[in-house]
Design a protein around this ligand. Structure first.
Ligand SMILES: Cc1cc2nc3c(=O)[nH]c(=O)nc-3n(C[C@H](O)[C@H](O)[C@H](O)COP(=O)(O)OP(=O)(O)OC[C@H]3O[C@@H](n4cnc5c(N)ncnc54)[C@H](O)[C@@H]3O)c2cc1C
Ligand code: SF4
Length: 330
C-alpha cells in the first residue's frame, strides 16, 4: 500500500479545508470500503481526513416532520433508531440487509452513499476499466456481468451501485446535504449520482472535495407502510442481485401514493417513476403491480448473462407490493 498521511478533523469547515489543501486526499468514514480499495491499489490517496469525530452523528426530527440523519451516524445506529424503524421501516430493513454486524458498526451514512462499485474489473488493477482508468475499456460488457446493470447502462460501463441504504433513501425522496469550499449545498438523492454516459469515472454531482454532512428524509405518511426486499446469492453478508424499496398508501382498494426504487439494476439507485405512474390511482391488485413493473422494465437492456434480473425484479415488485397491501389491511 502506498504511504499516506492521516489527519482527524474536528469541525466541518476544517475538514473541507484539510481536504482542499491536498489534491489527492480522501475523507475517511468507517474505512470499510476505502481502506479495502487502498489495499487493492485502486485508491492511492496521499492523505486521509478522518471525519468520524465531526459533530454529524445525530438522527434528529426536522421542523417539517421528517428526519435528519448526520453523515457520521453508523449504519448500525441508523437501523436501530426507533423513529427510523417506525416511520421509514424500509430504510432500517435496507441497512440491516447490508454487510455484517461488525461492518455496520463501522460504516457511516456518508461512506455508504459514496461507496464504489463491486465490479470485479474495477477492483482488479491488472484489468482495464473505464471507471478506474478512463478510456481503457469495459471488459464486463463481453465478460463477467451476471450481476451488472439492466437499466440506464452504456457500453462505457455496466456496473451497479452496491448500496442498499441508498435505494430506500431514493424511494423516500431524501436530500443530501454537503459542505464544499464555496459553502453549503444540497442535492436530491435522485440527482446525486450522475448518469453513466461516456464518463463512468464521474460518479456524483457533488462539487470536488465536498463533505457530505447529512441526509434529510422529508415527511412521508406512506413511508410508515414500507418494505425493503433484497435478493442475494446467499442468505447473508452478500450484495444484492436485485432489490426493491416500496411504500404504498392504499385507501378503499385504490393506490393513493406509491414510492418505488430498485437496487442492483443500474449505476445508481433506480427510482421507478414509470411504475409509480401506473400504480397511482389504480386498483391495488397484483395485475396492477405487474403492469407497473412491466412499465418500468420496458427500457431494460440486459446483457447475455444477466437477463434473469428482469424476471427477478418483476417478481420482487409484485411480491413486495402484494405483501404491503396484505399487511396494511390485516
Ligand atoms: C464484506 C462487505 C460486505 C458488504 N455488504 C454490503 C451490502 O450488502 N450492502 C451495502 O449497502 N453495503 C455493503 N458493504 C459496503 C459497506 O456498507 C460500505 O463499505 C460502507 O457503507 C462504507 O461506509 P464507510 O463509512 O466505511 O465508508 P469509507 O470506506 O470510509 O468511505 C467510502 C467512500 O466515501 C467517502 N466518504 C466517506 N465519508 C464521507 C463524507 N462524509 N463525505 C464525503 N465523502 C465521504 C470516502 O472518501 C470514500 O470514497 C459491504 C462491505 C463489505 C466490506
Ligand atoms: S462495468 Fe464499469 S466498473 Fe466494471 S469494468 Fe466496466 S467500466 Fe469498469
Amino acid at each position: 500500500m502506498k504511504e499516506f498521511g492521516y489527519q482527524r478533523a474536528s469541525d466541518v469547515a476544517g475538514a473541507v479545508a484539510l481536504l482542499g489543501a491536498e489534491p489527492d486526499a480522501r475523507f475517511l468514514g468507517g474505512g470499510t470500503n476505502l481502506v479495502d480499495l487502498m489495499k487493492a491499489g485502486v485508491e492511492r490517496p496521499a492523505r486521509l481526513v478522518d471525519v468520524r469525530e465531526l459533530p454529524l452523528g445525530q438522527v434528529e426530527p426536522t421542523p417539517e416532520g421528517g428526519l435528519h440523519v448526520g453523515a457520521t451516524v453508523t449504519n448500525a445506529e441508523l437501523a436501530a433508531h426507533p423513529e427510523v424503524r417506525r416511520r421509514y421501516p424500509a430504510l432500517a430493513q435496507a441497512v440491516l440487509s447490508g454487510a455484517s454486524g461488525q461492518l455496520r458498526n463501522m460504516a457511516t451514512v456518508g461512506g455508504n452513499l459514496l461507496q464504489r462499485t463491486r465490479c470485479g474489473y474495477f477492483t482488479d488493477v491488472t484489468q482495464p476499466c473505464n471507471k478506474r482508468v478512463p478510456g481503457s475499456g469495459c471488459p464486463a460488457v463481453e465478460g463477467e456481468h451476471h450481476n451488472h446493470a439492466i437499466l440506464g447502462a452504456t457500453d462505457h460501463c455496466v456496473a451497479v451501485h452496491p448500496s442498499d441504504m441508498a435505494v430506500a433513501l431514493t424511494a423516500f425522496d431524501a436530500v443530501v446535504h454537503f459542505e464544499a469550499a464555496d459553502g453549503a449545498g444540497e442535492l436530491p438523492l435522485g440527482d446525486l449520482y450522475l448518469p453513466v454516459g461516456d464518463t463512468p469515472h464521474r460518479e456524483t454531482a457533488l462539487p470536488p472535495g465536498a463533505l457530505v454532512t447529512g441526509v434529510t428524509l422529508p415527511p412521508a405518511p406512506a413511508a410508515a407502510n414500507s418494505r425493503y426486499r433484497k435478493v442475494r446469492e446467499r442468505a447473508s453478508y452478500a450484495f444484492a442481485i436485485g432489490s426493491v424499496a416500496a411504500a404504498l398508501d392504499v385507501r378503499d382498494g385504490v393506490v393513493r401514493d406509491a414510492r418505488l426504487a430498485l437496487g442492483a439494476v443500474a449505476s445508481r439507485p433506480w427510482r421507478a417513476v414509470a411504475a409509480e405512474r401506473v400504480l397511482t390511482g389504480a386498483p391495488a391488485t397484483p395485475q396492477t403491480y405487474a403492469a407497473a413493473a412491466d412499465a418500468e422494465l420496458a427500457t431494460a437492456r440486459p446483457l447475455p448473462r444477466n437477463a434473469y434480473k428482469v424476471d427477478l425484479v418483476r417478481n420482487l415488485v409484485v411480491a413486495v407490493l402484494t405483501e404491503l397491501v396484505e399487511e396494511a389491511t390485516r
